[in-house]
Design a protein around this ligand. Sequence first.
Ligand code: ARG
Length: 470
Amino acid sequence: MSKREDSTGGSNSMWGGRFAEGPAAIMREINASIPFDKALWRQDIAASKAHVAMLGAQGIVSAEDSALISGGLDQVAAEYEQQGVPEDWDLEDIHMTTESRLAELIGPAAGRLHTARSRNDQVATDFRLWVRDAMDQADAGLKALQIALVTRAGEHAASIMPGFTHLQTAQPVTLGHHLMAYYEMTARDRSRFADARARADQSPLGAAALAGTGFPIDRQATARALGFAEPTRNSLDSVSDRDFALDYLMAAAQTALHLSRLAEEFIIWASQPFGFVTLPDSLSTGSSIMPQKKNPDAAELVRGHAGRIVGSLTSLMITMKGLPLAYSKDMQDDKPPVFEAAGLLTLCLAAMTGMVAGATFRTDRMRAAAELGYATATDLADWLVRQAGIPFREAHHITGAAVKLAESKGLAIDRLPLSELRAIDERIDERVYDALSAEASVAARASYGGTAPDQVRARVAEARLALGLE
Ligand code: ARG
């Protein structure tokens, strides 16, 4: 035997260095969820306290043991609060870590806590509680963003900017109208989280391993104690279901898409050729080589993080798609994507709220840009329909000729002399100029939900009421 082989303790010399303790070490490592599920400790303690209080009330454990266990759980919680949750892979997860510490503190009575439950219903309950809080946090973050949006939209209900389709100048709109579009998106996001929360509002506790339990438990009582509307109705589903986490991730992914689109607009608007916005210094960074640079990094990271949030959704969907009922250990992998997405979503919401609230909108630049690209060409066509009774298709054609002429002369459409417009179509008269300014264009679009400043003000007023700002 060579020295080299000797030093590996006789295990495989190709890969044996990693395996000083044999396969058991890798089993401990792959099995351990404590490095991430310790984030559930508050929920785990709360669910255990609800469970043991119910066990006491039902006479399943004695009143003394119930009180002893409950007090011990408080002590464990206080330790976690002060020192953090210890990470011992041999104890696998937060559930066993807590029970083991409880046993050290109160002795054998700790062993009665796990009566009539399993880690399967325990983790389903803890995780639901955690996700429910994450939903509430997302709603609060979205509401803060909405307040910033309606505040800035109110300031800019009449500030003119070019509206785009295909990122080509289309028609003038107001900045307030543009910002209120994001109010509508975030309103749908909030309603998605609210729907998800309502569906998640059932307690799986008491489903036990998969089949329920023979002990006379009171599932209504534990559901009530944990603030759930009711218990789940099928024990197999209770321990197998992660729809609540997927519902959360779907709502989070949709929200992230909206935030990413808003971030992208800020990135474009902050670029020098646009110059529509100056981002707050507090949410920008400089370049280590180019002294003049002020980069929209926060917005770019929101755009980037949105991809990771969508990735979290994909990850959990793929984890779940092939699993038979009931619990499988694959489901332990449900937590990291949800935790990651929740952390990123909180960050993204805060960053975009700060950006909307703190941006300096360059309304002079926006107004000037609205002059470019024949943004009021549709207004000429509409005028021909309205004033001269010309069918819209024909008016569209006449307007096209006017745009072509203006383009060849390097002029805005409303700078063309009347004689030249009349040469294209003699039904045009001097009143047309009143319709061709950007101000007239937006004011004319007073259909419900249109960009007219009065419409924008009306929508802002409704939104402020809905947000409890009035
Ligand atoms: N740590 C586990 C998880 O997060 C708890 C449930 C374990 N249940 C089991 N039967 N091994 O999924």
